[in-house]
Design a protein around this ligand. Structure first.
Ligand SMILES: NC(=O)c1ccc[n+]([C@@H]2O[C@H](COP(=O)([O-])OP(=O)(O)OC[C@H]3O[C@@H](n4cnc5c(N)ncnc54)[C@H](OP(=O)(O)O)[C@@H]3O)[C@@H](O)[C@H]2O)c1
Length: 334
């Protein structure tokens, strides 16, 4: 059956887009066909839509690294027609066609059943960005972070790139878990937005844009970092003894101009966060925690909903750090 999707084509090294009518026979192999209801715009989607980073090798291509929808057909015993499902990562929307279309075909082993307590749309408000924020928060706790006073493993927890997708959900999760959250942003105008999500302190990202010395004063009990580059290097110099930063993004650069001194003299931890190939039990746990702990009322405040055709204009803006919170794509509207 024919359906609509956002199709990227390449000609002479330039990538262009159109809303196309597609056939099911063009979808990649897989044992579950999904009627997609919602997808989202993540930083990586911005790169794909702009043909950057050699993330896509084969055109024509349907982007969209995550989606939520209903099973239309399944040859897997794990899923039956009508089951609501969620997908993030696994190279979908990069190596294979993704969620910016009304149908997608994937492997059953890549799908998560709709977490109890969340609607399809809410899962995509969270999307890859919010799922990554939860993985990062869980990693910090697994490495000793606790709410409460400094002498009991608590203290100020920093979120960098705070107004973005990962950052906004990270602020909301940490605040819900009773942490004292400091949000770092380059957009002072977003201060009230970040406070409404639960940040107690807002700092200008310029304050942590560069390390000042190999070891700075100890300030952060933990950090969820969406920025990378010299910002991450600076955070390492300011972590409290034995505490951790969860590195999940590169919005400020993919280099890491640091020294080993914070590791050797303060025993701090640099935790890598990958949402794409995250194993299924950890995925299911993270979604369960998102459904249980994330204040859903805050999701609406951080979400803009757009049709498929609204994506290309936003793709450039997310790469420039101009999108606030999360963008949900209603794929029923071309
Ligand atoms: N590890 C994983 O599995 C995984 C999963 C999802 C995303 N990511 C990565 O996480 C990062 C954030 O993703 P996202 O979807 O949240 O993107 P996003 O919505 O664009 O958020 C990034 C935020 O970083 C800040 N920023 C942008 N440019 C900056 C610069 N040059 N220097 C310092 N700060 C800058 C901005 O926040 P302020 O305006 O508040 O400063 C921006 O809103 C991306 O690098 C993405 O690739 C990784």
């Amino acid at each position: 059956m024919a359906f609509k999707g956002l199709l990227l084509e390449e000609s002479g090294g330039k990538v262009s887009w159109k809303i196309a009518t597609l056939e099911e026979s063009a979808l990649p192999a897989g044992d579950v066909l999904v009627d997609v209801a919602y997808s989202t715009l993540n930083y990586k989607d911005g790169m794909v839509l702009n043909g950057l980073g050699r993330l896509v090798r084969n055109y024509p291509h349907v982007p969209g690294i995550d989606f939520a929808g209903t099973v239309a057909e399944s040859s897997s015993p794990e899923f039956k027609q009508g089951d609501p499902v969620v997908l993030t990562g696994w190279g979908v929307g990069e190596q294979r066609w993704g969620g910016y279309a009304q149908k997608a075909r994937v492997k059953a082993s890549e799908l998560v059943k709709l977490p109890h307590g969340l609607s399809l749309k809410q899962t995509m408000t969270i999307g890859t960005a919010g799922f990554t924020a939860m993985l990062a928060a869980l990693a910090l706790e697994a490495h000793g972070l606790k709410p409460g006073p400094s002498d009991q493993g608590g203290g100020e927890v920093l979120v960098t790139g705070a107004s973005g997708g990962v950052g906004s959900v990270a602020v909301a999760i940490l605040a819900a878990w009773k942490y004292n959250v400091t949000a770092s942003t380059g957009r002072a105008a977003n201060g009230d937005y970040l406070k409404a999500l639960g940040a107690t302190t807002i700092i200008d990202r310029a304050e942590i844009a560069q390390p000042k010395r190999p070891l700075d004063s100890e300030r952060w009990a933990g950090c969820i970092d969406a920025v990378g580059g010299p910002t991450l290097a600076c955070v390492l110099t300011q972590l409290k003894y034995g505490m951790s930063v969860a590195s999940c993004g590169l919005a400020g650069g993919n280099d890491l101009p640091t020294t080993v001194i914070p590791f050797l003299l303060r025993g701090v931890n640099l935790l890598g966060i990958d949402s794409v190939r995250c194993p299924m039990p950890r995925r299911q746990d993270a979604w369960k925690r998102l459904a249980a702990d994330l204040p859903l009322a805050k999701l609406d405040a951080m979400t803009e909903t757009v049709p498929l055709g609204g994506l290309p204009a936003l793709a450039g803006r997310i790469l420039k750090g101009e999108v606030r919170g999360r963008v949900v794509v209603d794929v029923s509207v071309a």
